[in-house]
Design a protein around this ligand. Structure first.
Ligand code: FMN
Length: 195
């Protein structure tokens, strides 16, 4: 993490963490960060590691862009969320999940997207904004076993099984609209206490 002096107050600076195996979630996280920057919100982009941490003196908002592998998110995500429960309860946050099941728009409802729903059931985190985004299909980059498994799943779900397929299903308008809504939340004045 950089120790450079901040150009923005922490309330207008977000940490965007991505968990990405083949780079699609990283690309999406970069697109989110670019929208935030355009809106005058500083964005620190970081890959998810064991040591990833939110620094409340630097960040007033948090985003996680994470891909699904065999039905699960990287385990380190849950650990990060548990460590920062208090921060996340008090700050605007974004969860963007990336998967191939989301390649059809009707599967992008976070309430029905099974991986997103299960992930949230297993944490105390209630993201201010949750978005389900389609990833990419890149058979030639997968290990042999993974390519076989993904082709099998795609056959079952009526998807593309051509072993040379390299298809980006991500809807970039959806990503930038969601990032824009997140920017609104980050820029919104803090709510007064209710008592
Ligand atoms: C080994 C492997 C397992 C995957 N498992 C799932 C899955 O269970 N459900 C799903 O919808 N997509 C699954 N996908 C698709 C990925 O979520 C998708 O390709 C995404 O773009 C990967 O993003 P990343 O490059 O940021 O890791 C899988 C992909 C791979 C390579």
């Amino acid at each position: 993490m950089s120790n450079q002096p901040l150009a923005e107050p922490p309330s207008h600076r977000a940490l965007i963490v991505y968990s990405s195996r083949f780079g699609q979630s990283e690309k999406i996280a970069r697109a989110v960060a670019a929208v935030l920057s355009d809106r005058g919100i500083g964005a620190d982009l970081e890959p998810l590691t064991r040591d990833t941490a939110v620094d409340p003196t630097r960040h007033g908002a948090f985003g996680l862009v994470a891909s699904v592998r065999y039905g699960h998110f990287d385990k380190r995500a849950r650990r990060l969320l548990v460590r920062h429960t208090a921060f996340l309860e008090a700050s605007p946050s974004l969860l963007m999940t990336v998967s191939l099941t989301a390649r059809t728009p009707e599967k992008r409802d976070p309430a029905v997207h099974v991986y997103t729903r299960k992930f949230l059931e297993q944490t105390a985190w209630r993201p201010t904004l949750t978005e389900v985004v389609a990833g990419a299909l890149q058979y030639q980059r997968y290990r042999w076993f993974d390519a076989v498994m993904i082709r099998f799943i795609m056959r079952l779900t009526g998807g593309v099984t051509d072993p040379t397929a390299d298809i980006e299903y991500t809807d970039w308008d959806q990503v930038s609209t969601a990032a824009d809504r997140f920017a609104e939340l980050v820029l919104a004045p803090p709510k007064p206490p209710t008592h």
